[in-house]
Design a protein around this ligand. Structure first.
Ligand code: NAD
Length: 326
């Protein structure tokens, strides 16, 4: 049993990771600026605090063996690609990483996991929606299409520098569009699978939903359970990374909407409108994870969509009842 800190335990992936670590029998401390909106906390200790504050970070890392650093100022395209939150995203997330490493090493943390992102990959390799290149070594020459991606790349390097100079093991994963139940599904920070599930759940048969862009942009989506599995395998392995943790089942956003409709058992039409988009095409390249961890995600997208749609449609129904009784 280890003493583990999960930064961002009140968030989507952090909440699922805490559950997994508790199921494995570890002692887990969580820290976040907010409590989890959807899950009952399973942490042994939860610090409600801001990791930009050195005192909070010192308290968080005290007595800890392993740190999983998932806290970030982030959201979907509507949050990170509009440009309106760039200063906050860069300042807050970089400060969290600087504090976590500085105070974590001083406190004797034995290993760090860092959650980077596919958003670090250069835009010039992701212009063709049918053939994006996202192999790990293609990150350089660097040209992410968002400040969120630049901060992630800076922080990957920061973890690498601490590993070299302070001899502390680090593990870095580049997540590709993680989705599933108990994630943000409304409010502006939600990502496309959750946003589309919500829109389809809220819209009657034969209605219309809006999609940003022409819907021909491509992505892959990884179900949360496989993300957590990948994180745990990487953390227990000898491989430092960075390594992609994503699905190779690439679909257009229009196709994703169709899959959700199939799962929902209803048909709505798609109205394409201008909106923040990100790169034209993106897919996980899983050669390296297969080689290094002898494992890669395999769950079909539709299975994850079924579980996610079921959860989001329940949230939509509950919100509708609350609104009706108000
Ligand atoms: P999330 O927003 O649900 O979780 C992040 C958590 O960090 C939130 O609960 C937030 O309150 C917390 N946080 C933010 N600022 C903080 C601060 N100053 N102090 C303490 N806590 C703070 O996001 P998620 O989807 O669970 O993502 C987890 C990590 O994985 C993030 O670093 C994110 O950048 C990375 N990532 C996620 C995806 C994805 O598709 N979800 C893809 C690539 C990378």
């Amino acid at each position: 049993m280890k003493k583990i800190l999960v930064n961002g335990a009140g968030g989507f992936i952090g909440g699922h990771l805490v559950k997994r670590l508790k199921d494995e029998g570890h002692w887990v401390r969580g820290v976040d600026i907010k409590e989890h909106e959807f899950a009952t906390p399973t942490t042994d200790e939860f610090i409600l605090g801001n990791l930009c504050d050195p005192e909070v970070t010192k308290q968080a890392v005290a007595g800890i063996d392993d740190v999983y650093q998932l806290a970030a100022d982030m959201g979907g395209a509507g949050y990170i690609f509009t440009g309106e939150h760039d200063a906050d995203v860069m300042h807050n997330s970089a400060t969290i990483n600087l504090n976590t490493l500085h105070f974590g090493v001083a406190a004797g943390v034995k290993r760090f996991f860092y959650s980077s992102s596919a958003c670090i990959y250069p835009e010039y390799n992701q212009l063709d929606p049918d053939n994006p290149k996202c192999s790990e070594e293609s990150a350089y020459p660097a040209a992410p299409d968002s400040e969120y991606g630049w901060e992630k790349l800076f922080s990957e390097r920061l973890y690498g520098a601490f590993m070299r100079n302070h001899k502390v093991p680090v593990r870095v994963a580049r997540f590709h569009n993680i989705f599933g139940p108990q994630g943000t599904w409304q409010g502006g920070r939600e990502k496309s699978p959750a946003a589309l599930c919500r829109k389809i759940a809220e819209t009657p048969e034969g209605g219309e939903i809006e999609i940003w862009g022409d819907g021909k942009q491509t992505r892959s989506f990884l179900y949360i359970d496989e993300c957590v599995e990948g994180v745990r395998r990487l953390m227990d392995s000898d491989f430092t990374g960075p390594v992609n943790v994503g699905s190779e089942e690439m679909v257009t956003i229009n196709r994703l909407a169709e899959i959700i409709m199939e799962v929902a058992g209803k048909k709505v039409s798609l109205k394409h409108i201008p909106g923040p988009l990100g790169v034209r095409g993106r897919n996980s390249d899983n050669h390296l994870i297969r080689e290094k961890l002898n494992w890669s995600p395999s769950k079909p997208l539709i299975d994850g969509v079924a579980a996610t749609y079921s959860w989001i449609s329940q949230q939509v129904e509950a919100a509708r009842k609350t609104a009706a009784s108000a």
